[in-house]
Design a protein around this ligand. Structure first.
Ligand code: SAH
Ligand code: SF4
Length: 373
């Protein structure tokens, strides 16, 4: 089968779409707005559906351009309304997106998107990290998750108000896919979200963080810290061996934050690993110099994971220490839990299984990949 050389349009940033429409299509600027609003405002999947464009031009578009679409494979709706989507990406791989509807009081409907199939970073507590990086997603495959879910939830009069890059993959390891997506999310002729409502979460790829600050719209940043000292962070996040906590915190202090914004530090609480009182004091000291808040995430067990989630009381005690030090700190509610119910109930056992050979292999592969960045 010969390769499809037609220009893919869904994943073009808005300025790139405009340039293509003018230079390659020989059409006016306004056509870009029209095509973009069909794809990103009304979530259509083909030129045929763009009914206010002449048939002649639609046929021409068909010849010179294409729109890459994801295929919905599965949708699961949990009792709290959380929707987990499984899509087939263009190479046949499966990727996931999770829609988290507003808790009763706010109107924040967040969609969590994937940026890669698998992940090279090899964090020991993360299911995605275990597979290594299969490949990075194209911009069309990332923004496609947003379109498909937006269209699905619209049937129930719901709207996506926030996007978080917290699904599979390390977004800053795929800037080629993520930067055009951010542009489309925030552009008025595409999704038109406020930059406050788009969050990229990173394990701490510092060159990527710098490029993000230079290149993209001023979106929100979340940093997966997950440990209060280098010893523990080296153990659970191989990326720390390349960019340690001091370097990470320096980059965070220097990150050009817009007025009244904060960096979110994510901290997955794992019993007996990073959840002691000392860890809480250490963490408070680390984050205090950064305009930030801390999001404590109770560990989510998955098949083969050797960590354990502590109790709600333990998480609250940890939170209270941070709050007493003046740090803004929240515990993330685990939503859509039943989706993972089959993963077993490791609750109160104070036991961290020893590292296996497979764990070590994952970590070695990750270190090699990270060294090559
Ligand atoms: N790669 C990026 C974004 C995807 S991971 C990053 O690491 O930030 C999104 C969040 O899920 C991260 O904060 C990560 O620490 C957290 N996470 C990974 N595995 C988890 C688990 N088993 N339980 C709870 N949180 C987890
Ligand atoms: Fe998982 Fe994020 Fe670590 Fe990748 S960087 S292994 S997605 S926690």
């Amino acid at each position: 089968m010969s390769e499809d050389t037609r220009q893919e349009l869904r994943g073009l940033s808005y300025p790139d779409l405009e340039a293509w429409v003018i230079a390659e299509l020989g059409e006016k600027r306004f056509r870009a707005h029209q095509i973009s609003m069909w794809m990103h405002g009304r979530y259509v999947r083909s030129f045929e559906e763009m009914t206010d464009i002449s048939k002649k031009l639609r046929e021409r578009l068909e010849r010179v351009a294409r729109i890459d679409n994801l295929r919905l494979d599965q949708r699961h709706i949990a009792s709290d309304g959380t929707r987990k989507y499984r899509f087939e990406a263009l190479g046949g791989e499966m990727i996931e997106s999770v829609f988290i509807p507003a808790a009763s009081s706010d109107k924040r409907n967040a969609l969590c998107v994937s940026s890669q199939v698998g992940c090279a970073m090899g964090c020991t507590f993360c299911l995605t990290g275990r597979s290594g990086l299969i490949r990075s997603l194209s911009p069309a495959e990332i923004i496609g998750q947003v379109s498909e879910v937006a269209r699905d939830v619209a049937k129930d009069d719901l709207r996506i108000t926030n996007i978080v890059f917290m699904g599979m993959g390390e977004p800053l390891h795929n800037l080629k896919g993520v930067l055009p997506t951010i542009n489309l999310l925030c552009h008025d002729s595409a999704f038109g979200l406020s930059t406050r409502r788009v969050t990229v979460s990173t394990s701490g790829l510092l060159p990527g963080l710098k490029k993000l600050a230079e290149a993209a719209e001023p979106i929100q940043i979340a940093v997966s810290l997950n440990a209060s000292n280098d010893k523990t962070r080296n153990d659970i996040m191989p990326v720390n061996k390349r960019w340690n906590i001091a370097a990470l915190m320096k980059a965070c202090r220097e990150f050009p934050l817009a007025a009244r914004r904060r960096i979110t530090f994510e901290y997955v609480l794992m019993k007996g690993v990073n959840d002691s009182r000392e860890n809480a004091y250490e963490l408070a000291k680390l984050v205090a110099p950064v305009r930030s808040m801390v999001n404590l995430i109770p560990f989510n067990p998955h098949p083969g994971s050797r960590y354990v989630r502590g109790t709600r009381d333990e998480a609250e005690a940890f939170q209270n220490i941070l709050r007493a030090k003046g740090i803004q700190c929240y515990i993330r509610h685990t939503r859509g839990d039943e989706v993972l119910a089959a993963c077993g109930t490791l609750s109160d056992v104070n036991y961290v299984a020893p590292e296996s050979d497979q764990d070590r292999q994952v970590r070695d592969a990750a270190l090699e990949a990270i060294d090559a960045i």
